[in-house]
Design a protein around this ligand. Structure first.
Ligand SMILES: Nc1ncnc2c1ncn2[C@@H]1O[C@H](COP(=O)(O)OP(=O)(O)OP(=O)(O)O)[C@@H](O)[C@H]1O
Length: 708
């Protein structure tokens, strides 16, 4: 290698020591460069930060808390002193008794107040004469005392033979008085300094004992103390006072500590307590009921843990207040599951359904009562209805015909018990369900025509998800719709007929429906049920549909049940279940029987029976009335007839079908058939020609003709 060779790499020996890499920084965009923050903004931030700092808050709470103890303690002490010296206490109790409407007690307090005033007057008169008495007594006492001491001194002088001893006892007394004065002089200074502090400490102690500080000023741990605390009269009265009802607040303020006079005894009732509150005049029970949420919060409970009902006594509300969280505990299995020997008696027995809020077993009689159960989706409607059917199935005389218009298998275990079991949501299933209901009507009419006194086995028709039937758009060959709530609607009319006349002959209809509206649960159908049951619903108006106005006005509130959390909790309006006197409804937490347990119970029911063949559809009932043909028959040979007369003759010929028909029902049928009533001489008549033509068109309207 020569010196003129140029290397293509660096000579490591010629490199100096490597410098550490420079740290990378991101240079801000010129526009992002921070501007200096203004002084007042910085000051504002600093002040807000200081105020919001936890230490500042703790200090503020501490100050307010102890200040409130002293102020509150002073108030309490002054009030006690005032009460002790005046008739204020008697006056307060008198007002409380008056407000509670207890005039007997009011009379007694008035009497005591009068006595107190008379005695006070006497004491004051005595006090006027007191100075003279005191002066006289002091003079006599002093003279007597000095005389006594001199007598003792004289005896001492005789004994010691020293005349100077005559005054020795008197001088000893004077020395004692001087000593006392010296002691008082020494103690007075510190007493004057410590006295106010001692008084302050006393007031603070009274305030602390009476808890006069506001909740927010209490230390963290003590603040939430009353959440779920036991219910005492004072808590109930305070909760009522703070309800936001002015006359109630004023009346309670007037009553002061005696506000508890409004309350009856607080009784343990199941997993909570129950207390009756007699409201002062000017406060309505409805006003208290409408503030359930606020009342619950004032009582440190959730809304669903407080129930307000109206008992028999006038101006009284009954509060049931659950122990905190108790309603969220499971209630245990159904006796139907645990007692494998259980049987049922349709007429005299009661189905074990669950527990009421007091924790007592809730049993229900199903004898001769139609039933309706509603609720939002997935709240336990089917399970609750099925639990009743499973109990009934343990009475081998009961025949079931079931249409489950959801068809998810919830009722599958009744295969082999029910004589009809339709399962599915389609229009065809609704048609089958309608024919099943019409079959019940036929059987009911047959029974109604039997000789009086004939006994019939119970026949229970169950239509679960009945809203599917009411909303079905299908129309039959006779142009009558299966769904809807017109006089021509087949399911609706069948349900109504069973409601009207089925009870007495033990033909009953149980319907389960979801999320009720006027369309999917017509008024006449919901009002036809004797036992009305509701799970959680969305609105008060739905609760009124489900249970009726009377129950809701009396405090029934399924719309306040918690969707999803209160599954299986039902509100019941029925005379089949024991409802406390004066109440219109009762809340029951039902036992949950799942599908597997239901199948086991169903198997027991099958074992009691001789083997039932279950049909999955029914033959259309023979007796379903053909309104158009009946109208034509009524017209006979007449060319026209007054609509009123047609209605009268229809009702006379088939009262079961037409007794409740009105002009609008008649018109609907005729219009649907294309033969509407017309006016003749200013009066509405049915035209025989039009009816005959409609019948002829209907006869010609076959599937084949439609295809042509
Ligand atoms: N008594 C009960 N206690 C606790 N949970 C229950 C109770 N009854 C039902 N459930 C729960 O609710 C679920 C739904 O019950 P179910 O099918 O009876 O409701 P549904 O209201 O009939 O529903 P759908 O919307 O299908 O009509 C059940 O699977 C069960 O988990």
């Amino acid at each position: 290698m020569t010196d003129n060779v140029v290397h293509l790499f660096k000579d490591p020996t010629t490199e100096g020591p490597t410098a550490p890499p420079a740290p990378l920084t991101v240079a801000p965009e010129p526009s992002q460069r921070s501007r200096p923050v203004r002084v007042f903004v910085r000051t504002h931030r600093a002040v807000v930060g200081a105020v919001k700092h936890e230490k500042t808050r703790t200090a503020a709470r501490l100050t307010v808390r102890h200040g409130a103890y002293v102020v509150g303690g002073t108030r309490v002490t002054v009030r006690r002193a005032w009460d002790g010296r005046t008739g204020a206490r008697y006056e307060r109790l008198l007002r409380a008794a008056e407000a509670a409407g207890n005039y007997e007690a009011a009379g007694e307090w008035e009497e005591r107040l009068h006595r107190f005033r008379t005695e006070r007057h006497k004491r004051r008169m005595d006090l006027l004469m007191a100075p003279q008495h005191v002066a006289k007594s002091a003079a006599i006492g002093a003279a007597g005392g000095i005389g006594g001491l001199i007598a003792i001194g004289t005896a001492l002088a005789i004994a010691t033979k020293d005349p100077g001893d005559v005054f020795t006892p008197l001088m000893a007394l004077i020395e004692l008085i001087r000593l006392l004065v010296v002691i008082v002089q020494i103690v007075w200074g510190p007493l004057m300094v410590a006295g106010p502090w001692l008084a302050l400490a006393g007031l603070w102690a009274v305030g602390r004992q009476r808890a006069t500080a506001p909740q927010w000023a209490l230390p963290e741990g003590k603040r939430s103390d009353d959440a779920g605390a036991p219910i005492t009269p004072s808590i109930v009265v305070t909760a009522l006072r703070d309800l936001g009802i002015a006359p109630l607040r004023n009346a309670i303020k007037e009553m002061g500590d005696a506000g508890a006079a409004m309350l009856g005894p607080i009784r343990i009732a199941g997993c909570g307590v129950e207390v009756d509150v007699t409201l002062p005049s000017g406060v309505t029970t409805a006003e208290v009921q409408s503030r359930r949420k606020k009342l619950a919060e004032n009582l440190a409970r959730h809304e669903h843990e407080v129930f307000i009902t109206i008992p028999e006594a006038a101006r009284t509300v009954r509060l049931w207040i659950a122990d905190s969280g108790a309603l969220d505990e499971p209630i245990g299995p159904s006796p139907l599951v645990t007692d494998t020997t259980m049987t049922a008696d349709y007429a005299k027995g009661r189905a074990p359904w669950g527990l009421d809020l007091r924790g007592d077993a809730a049993t229900i009689s199903l004898y001769q009562r139609h039933l309706l159960i509603t609720g939002l989706s997935n709240q336990g409607k089917t399970a609750a209805l099925r639990a009743l059917a499973l109990w009934l199935a343990l009475d081998r005389r009961v025949e079931f015909r079931i249409a489950d218009l959801k068809g998810a298998g919830d009722w599958a275990m009744f295969d082999g018990i029910a004589t009809v079991l339709i399962q599915g949501p389609t229009d065809d299933h609704v048609i089958d369900a309608t024919e099943m209901a019409e079959g019940l009507v036929t059987e009911m009419e047959r029974r109604l025509q039997a000789p009086p006194g004939t006994q019939f086995d119970p026949l229970i028709g169950i239509v679960d998800e009945a809203q599917v039937a009411f909303m079905c758009p299908a129309i039959g060959d006779d142009k009558r719709p299966y769904g809807g709530s017109k006089a021509t609607s087949r399911y609706f009319m069948a349900a109504r007929k069973i409601h009207n006349q089925g009870r007495a002959v033990n033909v009953l209809l149980y319907e389960g429906t979801q999320d009720p509206t006027d369309q999917n649960l017509p008024k006449l159908v919901r009002e036809g049920a004797h036992t009305r049951v509701s799970l959680a619903l969305g609105t008060e108006s739905q609760s009124r549909m489900a249970l009726g106005d009377k129950a809701v006005d009396g405090g029934a509130a399924p719309h306040l049940l918690r969707q999803g959390l209160d599954k299986g909790t039902v509100v019941i309006a029925s005379d089949g279940i024991k409802i406390p006197a004066g109440q219109a409804s009762i809340t029951v937490r039902t036992h949950f029987i799942d599908t597997d347990d239901a199948a086991v119970i169903a198997q027991r029911a099958k074992d009691l029976r001789d083997g039932v063949t279950t049909l999955t559809a029914v033959e259309p009932s023979e007796s379903v009335a053909d309104a158009l043909a009946d109208i034509a028959a009524t017209l006979g040979t007449e060319s026209k007839m007054l609509t009123q007369e047609v209605l009268r003759q229809l009702a006379a010929a088939n009262p079961g079908e037409y007794r409740e028909w009105t002009f609008s029902d008649l018109r609907q049928v005729l219009e649907a058939a294309g033969a509407p009533p017309r006016k003749s001489d200013g009066r509405m008549v049915v035209d025989a020609g039009r009816v005959a033509q409609a019948l002829a068109e209907r006869a010609a309207d076959t599937p084949e003709s439609a295809a042509r």
